[in-house]
Design a protein around this ligand. Structure first.
Ligand code: UD1
Ligand code: CA
Length: 456
């Protein structure tokens, strides 16, 4: 039987090269903290225990990542990756296999972690390495004449010939826990950076006659670390490109795969089209034939079949039925619920309101805290005054109501089914169904009036 697996992820460093008040591992990649991506890969292995080493900004990191299956271990002060691993292993059981990895390598694949864990299960040291085009700044994997792994040498400690090595340490290593703890206890900071290097464990294992077996990753991007914001942005594009590819291969048209940002989950049914520059956050679902025009932001939104979201629309926590038309320049705020065939036009804002089938608010309107029936026509420039300065009130507008242009409906208000509200009205009490209600100064004309003329 395989021995139990315990995982340690290192996240105590400050991330100086980020020049940020936010700890590096909390910088978002596709909307999730960097280290959350690493933890997601680790969780796929279903380890017995999972520990995160925190130090710089520990409270913030712990708050952001708190989860029942995650233990936090504090490293104070951060004295190197080897010191961090040592502190964490002391908190974990020593009867199993330990996998130690870095919190700043977000795209590390779960399968690669599984394969080094397996090497460790067999009593050897499993090391995740990669051949990269530009190894600058990374630990180099030094192999012997027979190709066996002998040591890892950090950039700052490497000789010129070692710097020419293209195989690098990705930062993930697995070994029998008790042995790893022993090696870590023997580390010294005798190197250019004066730190305890986790990577020194490799030469120690070799010296003790424990073979180190490398699992070499071929997809370079999946093991790149993030040390500065340029690397963060580069990995963001890699991840976005992957998400876009997966969607396209499953049948979504993405007009330009380089110009889409998915910061959460985006589910697309068949024949969905997404134009350039759109941002999807939280959980977004687009039904068959849905179309999202250019430069839209959708956060936690459900879009029905054949609905068109036109350019520059901003939708948040909204549910939209089938065959609707939203935008261009529409804003749906939390609690906007549109039934089928609803039209929301330019510069229309809808908040915490339900619009029944076939209702329309096509131009320059505000619908807040209201229930609108079916086939309501909400005129240009009309608004629901839902807020009295202290409290918000709900309004009810029946089926087939026509609200003319430039009306103010002062909430709470009820407008009966089939009512027509004349343009320019300020409605403060119930308007009965089926009738025309007008609340504006009557129009007067003065035949004797003369336009003033300029004197002199
Ligand atoms: C490290 C490796 C290097 C490897 C590279 C891959 C070492 C000595 N070097 O270098 O071989 O090629 O990653 O990306 O291991 N951390 C702590 N406590 C500390 C120091 C660091 O928890 O005392 C954490 C950091 O928060 C970070 C991770 O360890 O998440 C890596 O630290 P970093 O300083 O970025 O190491 P690199 O210089 O990138
Ligand atoms: Ca790093």
């Amino acid at each position: 039987m395989a021995s139990p697996l315990d995982v340690v992820i290192l996240a105590a460093g400050q991330g100086k090269r980020m020049h940020s008040a936010l700890p590096k591992v909390l910088h978002p990649l596709a909307g999730e903290p960097l280290v959350a991506h690493v933890l997601a890969s680790v969780r796929a292995l279903a380890p017995r225990a999972m520990a995160l080493v925190v130090g710089h900004g520990a409270e913030v990191v712990e708050r952001a990542l708190a989860a029942p299956d995650l233990t936090f271990v504090r490293q104070n002060p951060p004295r190197g990756t080897g010191d961090a691993a040592r502190v964490a292993l002391a908190e974990l059981p020593s009867d199993g296999v330990a996998l130690v990895g870095l919190g700043d390598v977000p795209l590390v694949p779960a399968e690669a972690l599984a394969s080094i864990a397996e090497i460790a299960q067999a009593g050897r040291v499993g090391l995740l390495t990669a051949r990269v085009r530009d190894p600058f700044g990374l630990g180099r994997v030094v192999r012997g004449p027979a190709g066996d792994v002998q040591a890892i040498v950090e950039e700052t400690d490497a000789t010129p010939s070692q710097r020419a090595i293209g195989e690098i340490n990705t930062g993930f290593i697995a070994a029998p826990a008790a042995q790893l703890a022993r090696w870590l206890s023997r580390l010294t900071p005798h190197n250019a950076q004066g730190e305890y290097y986790l990577t020194d464990v490799v030469a120690m294992a070799v010296a003790d006659g424990v073979p180190v077996e490398a699992h070499v990753v071929t997809d370079e991007a999946s093991v790149l670390g993030v040390n500065d914001r340029a690397q963060l942005a580069a990995l963001e594009r890699v991840l976005q490109r992957r998400k876009a590819n997966a969607l396209m291969l499953a049948g979504t048209t993405i007009v330009d795969a380089e110009r889409i940002d998915i910061r959460g989950s985006l589910q697309c049914a068949r024949d969905v089209t997404i134009d350039v520059g759109c941002v999807f956050e939280g959980h977004v679902r687009l039904a068959d034939g849905a179309h999202v025009g250019p430069y839209c932001v959708l956060r936690d939104v459900i879009v029905g079949e054949r609905t068109r979201i036109e350019a520059y629309s901003h939708l948040e926590k909204a549910t939209i039925g089938a065959q609707c038309r939203v935008g261009p320049y529409a804003r749906l705020r939390p609690g906007a619920e549109l039934a089928d065939d609803v039209h929301i036009g330019n510069f229309v804002e809808v908040k915490a309101s339900t619009l029944g089938q076939g209702s329309k608010a096509n131009h320059l309107a505000y619908v807040g805290d209201a229930t609108l029936g079916s086939r309501v026509n909400f005129g240009a420039g009309s608004i629901i005054a839902n807020y009295d300065g202290a409290n918000k009130h709900r309004s009810v507008i029946g089926d087939d109501v026509h609200v003319g242009s430039n009306c103010v409906l002062v909430a709470p208000i009820t407008i009966g089914a089939g009512a027509t509200i004349g343009g320019g009205s300020t409605i403060v009490k119930e308007a009965p169904g089926g009738q025309l209600t007008l609340a504006r100064a009557p129009q007067v004309s003065n035949a004797r009036w003369k336009r003033p003329r300029k004197k002199g």
